[in-house]
Design a protein around this ligand. Structure first.
Ligand SMILES: Cc1cc2nc3c(=O)[nH]c(=O)nc-3n(C[C@H](O)[C@H](O)[C@H](O)COP(=O)(O)O)c2cc1C
Length: 178
């Protein structure tokens, strides 16, 4: 079953540890370090050979990746904030730097390094990306804090009915006489 609420678990990205990946020219992962694998919740061998979009989070606007690819293909470095999707559907924010790897002047691969993001910046970027996705005409989700008891009731309803938490909420709302 689709467990919508899993998507709210955040993994903190450690300070002082490098998070590295490399891709071929099409964005297929060719290398990840141990820290990258741990934070994304995958084993390195589950990532190598897969498109980097395996960790793409639905909250990311399309235009960010368009800008990223245009920048690195021009031989420049792209820097920006990315919300990534973990294997368990949780998420983690990174500040990423991506650029080309050259051999004898020829572009052969792309590399990226990531570092942690402050709480304030994450909030700011979530807002910005929500607005960007709205403009792009995509799905927009918002993050809401609920009292634990309410959340627990939603989760148990979702399990009992075999539908996602999101579906429970939309059914409740469509039945509510308010
Ligand atoms: C070196 C490198 C690192 C990348 N790192 C990420 C990343 O951490 N998260 C992500 O969602 N996309 C990353 N991308 C971009 C993906 O290749 C892809 O464009 C993106 O996930 C959007 O998916 P889509 O192009 O299929 O729409 C990276 C690309 C390169 C070249």
């Amino acid at each position: 079953m689709d467990k919508t609420f899993d998507m709210f678990w955040e993994t903190e990205v450690p300070e002082n540890e490098l998070i590295i990946s490399r891709t071929d020219l099409k964005g297929i992962i060719t290398y990840v370090n141990e820290t990258f694998a741990r934070i994304s919740g995958y084993e390195p061998e589950e990532l190598i050979g897969k498109p980097h979009s395996i960790i793409r989070h639905p909250d990311m606007p399309k235009s960010i990746f368009k800008d990223l690819w245009e920048t690195i293909k021009q031989g420049k470095t792209w820097r920006g904030y990315i919300k990534n999707l973990r294997k368990d559907k949780g998420y983690y924010w990174v500040y990423a730097e991506m650029s080309g790897v050259y051999k004898n002047g020829e572009l052969v691969e792309f590399k990226s390094m990531r570092s942690p993001v402050s709480k304030e910046k994450k909030k700011q970027m979530q807002d910005l990306y929500d607005r960007m996705r709205e403009k792009e005409g995509g799905d927009v989700r918002v993050v809401m804090y609920l009292p634990k008891a309410v959340y627990d009731r939603l989760e148990s309803l979702s399990e009992r009915l075999g539908i996602s938490g999101e579906e429970v909420l939309s059914r409740l709302l469509s039945e509510a006489k308010i």
